[in-house]
Design a protein around this ligand. Structure first.
Ligand SMILES: Nc1ncnc2c1ncn2[C@@H]1O[C@H](COP(=O)(O)OP(=O)(O)OP(=O)(O)O)[C@@H](O)[C@H]1O
Ligand SMILES: [Mg+2]
Length: 253
């Protein structure tokens, strides 16, 4: 087992408020590693620290033993980390394939910036983009305008756009939020296929069913700290975790 991402003593303060404190986190290569916890536990803040969007006020983060603590998001992406795009970054009036082609084009700065971009480059982009669309289950929607997709399809496209940068470590923040039950199975199977394809996935997610079914490891946050860590079986039988969810029961959190 190799550790792709290692966080030590991570802390984030907003003014005097400590949103995240003393968090240690080891993400193993090839794992789906979920971060869960009640509202306000610090999950999104921690997620943003991992991606490089949020500056930490204490601690260190390393990817493959390389210290990236001071690196902004775009530099972390060069060493293989990507976060799913936010839904508002999609081009609504463009087709699925066009959105994906732009993401593929953006990953290769040399080609994207070259005035000499050839027809061969373009057709290579289209072919890579097409297979990415197929891999996220949108192969039959290539020419659909993004605005006409279901919410679940749009959220899968966000993940697909992140895949265009060829990451090894993919960060997903609430991929099922706002999604109807009809779209859940497709998202679950996409995450499962990412794992099968060798991606390491960090998942912040409220849907406990999904978390318990897909995760190799779970880190539970509560009031900015790590409350517990372990396998889904260990976490679901942990009394402290149940208590943190105020007796709601993990299945209804
Ligand atoms: N930019 C900010 N400035 C001040 N306080 C913040 C900021 N961002 C987050 N917080 C606070 O930090 C705490 C943790 O917030 P965070 O969004 O990380 O929680 P979360 O676990 O993602 O919650 P949720 O499940 O509701 O998404 C909360 O009390 C929140 O109000
Ligand atoms: Mg959050």
């Amino acid at each position: 087992m190799t550790t792709i991402l290692r966080g030590r003593n991570i802390g984030v303060t907003f003014g005097k408020f400590q949103a995240v404190r003393d968090v240690d986190l080891d993400i193993e290569t090839g794992h789906v590693h979920s971060i869960i916890g009640p509202n306000g536990a610090g999950k999104t803040t921690l997620f943003n620290v991992l991606s490089g969007r949020q500056r930490l006020t204490a601690g260190r983060i390393a990817i493959d033993e390389t210290d990236v603590t001071a690196q902004p998001e775009h530099l972390r992406s060069r060493i293989g980390m990507a976060r799913s795009f936010q839904i508002n970054s999609l081009f609504w009036t463009f087709s699925v394939l066009e959105n994906m082609r732009l993401a593929v084009q953006a990953r290769d700065y040399r080609i994207a910036r070259s005035v000499l971009r050839s027809d061969a480059d373009r057709s290579e982009e289209v072919s890579v983009a097409t297979s990415l669309c197929v891999s996220i289950g949108l192969g039959d929607q290539l020419h659909a305008v993004v605005d006409h997709l279901s919410h679940g399809q749009q959220r899968r496209l966000e993940i697909g756009l992140a895949l265009a940068s060829k990451p090894r470590l993919l960060l997903l923040d609430e991929p099922t939020s706002g999604m109807g039950v009809d779209d859940l199975p497709a998202m679950a199977s996409l995450i499962r296929s990412l794992k099968r394809d060798g991606y390491t996935v960090v998942l912040v997610e409220h849907n406990m069913n999904l978390v318990m079914n897909l995760s190799d490891r779970i880190t539970v946050m509560h009031q900015g700290r790590v409350l517990a860590g372990g396998s889904p079986a260990e976490i679901s039988s942990d009394g402290r975790v149940r208590e943190a969810y105020l007796g709601k029961g993990l299945d209804r959190a």
